[in-house]
Design a binder for this molecule. Sequence first.
Ligand SMILES: [Cu+2]
Length: 430
Amino acid sequence: MKIFQKTFTILAVSITAGLNIFGTRSIAADLAVRKNVVDLTSQEKTAFVSAVKTLFNTTPEGSTINLYEQFVVTHVESMGFGMSTHHHEEDTAYGPAAEAGVDAAHGNAGFLPWHRELLSRFENLLQSVDPTVTIPYWDWTDPEALDIVLADDFLGPRGQGGTFTFNGQTIDAGLGTSAGGPVQSGPFSEAEGWVLKSEINVDMFGNSRGTSLVRFTQTPAFSNSYLPKEDIEFALSQDNYTDFRHALEGEPYTDSQGNYISKNFYNHNGAHPLIGGLLFNENNEPVAALGTMTTVTSSPYDPVFWVLHSNVDRLWAEWQDNGHTGTAYYPAEGQPYGHNLNDRMWPWDGGQSRPGNVGSGHLVDLLPVLASDDIVTPADTLDFRKRYGYTYDTLQTKIPEHNSTSGLLGLGALGAGSLLKRKQKQITLS
Ligand SMILES: [Cu+2]
């Protein structure tokens, strides 16, 4: 009975919301749609690549790095709260995020909101070059998709030579020349102007990874170019945000029921090595990040980063739409600073915190200067349609065309039906 009453209240609310929607405009029509890479037309691929390269070739006034690299540096420095590798007095980290001492963007609840915000800002810039562009997503469980991502007419091929650069030195990975190496052709080769700055292209200990985009096919632990669907289904079947985030990010964890999930490189953490490559020892422990995508810090230097993270964000959006909408499905407290629902997320924190410098260059000074009222909390990012105006082709966005009362009631009844199902499901689970 209680369930019914609660459902009824929510039903009434959704009808009111429906009225507002129909009274003004159809939301669906105004949303930008992020598409699956396998469905892109050749014009859409060209438009994406050319907008990305335009950002790379544009250096804003007063900056020594291009617009694209501002995103790379922001990503590198998000990891600068746990460590600082260049100890000038002025490099000392400060603020509540520094006191928390954890990565601002990974390994905690904020992983999903932080990347959602970063992607949307990147997409906005792409759209300032070409308003038709959105960030497509790479479904890494689709065996066909990676070939499309790495084709010459899109993000270009893997590398060659079997070598990678570490701390300015060229190192043989011992995997043979066809396993990977610096990317030699396509739009993101050095020859085509995709030259990385060695002081920005650094790992989390500040070691330089050179000036080339580096991609590797596979290592002994990753024998395919795709990951199992079951791992995604497992993540999507979680009801608790923390369990879901752990599973989607792809790290071992103890879930909210006390079960230890021992898998390590799966979902997001498994997709990065499908392009970047990880070198494992005989005990199956990773000993070296071979390529750009596995050098987590500066991984946005590989444009594959964006299509991978678009897929991460899509899966979160699907999970949200599937009965986990709103602030009830994000931790309000108990997380390190920057990761709770209403904490400010660095760098969109009004200058409240500053990370330690990562690398031998002076990366903290290269960070873009943000307005003091440019503040974003995880709570702000939850309603992606309303805040950012995008959706995914896999999400339901259709709203009945007519605005009759019966139509509204129909929509409300539909919502109530799925709500009831969710309640029943929760009861069975708990
Ligand atoms: Cu990241």
